[in-house]
Structure formats: structure tokens, C-alpha cells
Design a protein around this ligand. Sequence first.
Ligand code: NAP
Length: 322
Amino acid sequence: MERVWLPALGRDVSRIALGTWSMGGWMWGGADNASARATIASALDSGIDVIDTAPVYGFGLSEELVGDVLAERGVREDVVIATKLGMSWDDTRTPWRDSSAKRIREEVHASLRRLQTDYIDLYQVHWPDAAVPLEETSAALTALVHEGLVRTIGVCNYSVPEMETFARGGRLEASQFRYNLFERAPEVDTLPFCRERGLATLVYSPLARGLLTGTMTAEHEATDEARRGEMFHGESFGRHLAVVASLDEFAQREYGRRVIHLAIRWLLDQPGMTIALWGARKPEQLDAVVGVDGFSLDDAAMSAIDSIIATGLGDELSAGGH
Ligand SMILES: NC(=O)c1ccc[n+]([C@@H]2O[C@H](COP(=O)([O-])OP(=O)(O)OC[C@H]3O[C@@H](n4cnc5c(N)ncnc54)[C@H](OP(=O)(O)O)[C@@H]3O)[C@@H](O)[C@H]2O)c1
């Protein structure tokens, strides 16, 4: 398993992390706890030692599952836990943003309890909260580092100006954002900014919520909220599936690999990329992790991949989002 040195944590970690959003069930059509536990165990067995979670994933469930498995195995110290703050919810499980200093204080203790630990390795603001000054959030988090409850601080889904303001108020070591072969917006400024500032980058949806695994077919019905984006529906879905098939052919022909390996390899070979967060909720979904190692993409390969995508998607790719 490829590894990378994280100066702020003073240790190296696997460049593939386990993402635990889907195993919480929220926005993914429900949870299966036994399968989720087996998935966390399987990630550890395959050499993954970074786990990304959040309180809102299953409204506490995902953090609890991670905490349980790490405690059962007695491996807390060996694993980097990246969790988040800044999303609250009520009895109806309707989430909203709250990154106030008061809320952070409550949240950190709830997360530590669920995770069965007394420190969080990477504590990340889940979404920018327009109702709270970024400096307030930043200062509250830096205080947690001084108290020893948190080791490093990150943000998710922040624009470059938001990261600049946040960093003026305290520490900032990492940035998390959505990035994959089909969703390229971070290339404009987020990734270059992180590279310049030496921030660790953690990329979510590296497999485009399953689309880049090569296992989806035209019959797939995207009913989960997580897959509400345009690329999972109608003609756009068909175009994306055709590109996935072409990328799969390319991966087989050039490297003896499949599209799932190529999608993650492509991310890890981007300058400034640190960690890909591979979302999984069934152990066998991690079988392909091993195939990401042992090859790399040179400039010619990167151009060939871009050309396959441009041919299949045209303006749809530059539109970015979904
Ligand atoms: N900070 C944020 O705002 C934010 C937002 C989104 C995600 N994240 C983090 O990033 C992680 C990854 O992102 P993501 O879950 O959105 O997307 P992803 O990693 O691109 O896709 C995950 C999904 O792809 C499918 N999949 C994975 N491996 C597969 C395989 N080998 N074969 C077939 N299907 C496979 C599974 O879906 P099925 O189980 O349905 O088959 C899985 O739940 C999350 O778990 C979370 O930790 C953070």
C-alpha cells in the first residue's frame, strides 16, 4: 500500500483511506452494521490506516462503528481518525450547519465518546457555515489542539478565500473536497492553492459514488440521495457509462488493470494530491485496493485519459458539478 508522510501528524499514512459515509446509511438507502464492521476490518487488513467519518453519517452510527472496531482490535493508536464538526440535526434527522464555538465544544466530546478515544487526529469543518465568522470556528478548533483533544485541523468544501480567512484565525493543515475523473472543479484553484500552502488534500467521491467502479449498468436506478446528480440519470448517465467502458478498455490494454484502479491511480498521480477517500460498505468493495499499486500514469497517459473523457462528454465535463 502506497504511503505518504504527513508532517503535521509526524507520521506516514496510507494514501487510500476508508470513507464511511455510505455505511452510515444516511442518503445511501439504509445501513447494514455487520457488513460495515467487516468493511472496516477489511480496510485495516489491507493496510489502510486512515479512516474518514463524520457525526452526521448515520447520525452517530458511522463514528460508533469505527470506534467499536478499533477498540475491539486494540489498534486505535495505529490508525489516523479523520472526523468532522459543524453539522447538527434534530429528532427528525434534518441536518443543518453550525460551526459556532459553543457547538464545537459539545460536538468534540460527543465524537470522542462515539469513537472511544481521547483524541482526534484530524478534525475537519464539514461545510462552511455562513452564519458564523470563519475566524470564530478557526480559533475554537485551535484551542482544542492546545488542549490535546485534537491533533490537526482541516476544512471541507471551503473555497480558496474561505481557506485563507480561516488560516488567518488559527491552524489549518488539510483540505477535503470532491474530485474524480468526472468532477474536476478543484483543478482550477483549490488543488493549486493546497499545493502552494503545503496542505494535505483528502479527496472525496474518488469513484464518483460508484460510477467509476465499472460495475454500474444502464439498468441501474439511482434512487439514493447521494446519487441525485445529473450524471446518474437519463442520457447523461448513458454517456458517462460509455466513457467508463472506454477507460476500462484503456486500463486493460495499457496496464492490465481495470477502470476502478485507473480512477484512483489517476487521482494519486495528480500533483498536490495526498489521500483518496474510498467509500465502501461491503468488504469485497475493497478487493480492488491492491490493484492501485504497481503502476503510474505518465504525461502521455494523462493526455490519453483526458482525450477519452473529452470525446465522450465534451462540455458536460467542463460544466464540472453534478
Ligand atoms: N467532506 C464531505 O463533505 C464529504 C462528502 C462526501 C464524501 N465524503 C467522504 O468521502 C468518502 C468517499 O466518498 P463517497 O462515498 O461520496 O464516494 P465514492 O468513494 O466515490 O463511492 C463510494 C461508493 O461506491 C461504491 N463502491 C465502492 N467500491 C466499489 C466496488 N469495488 N465495486 C462496486 N461499487 C463500489 C459503493 O456504493 P454502494 O455501496 O451503493 O454499492 C460505495 O458506497 C465518504 O465515505 C466520506 O468519508 C466527504
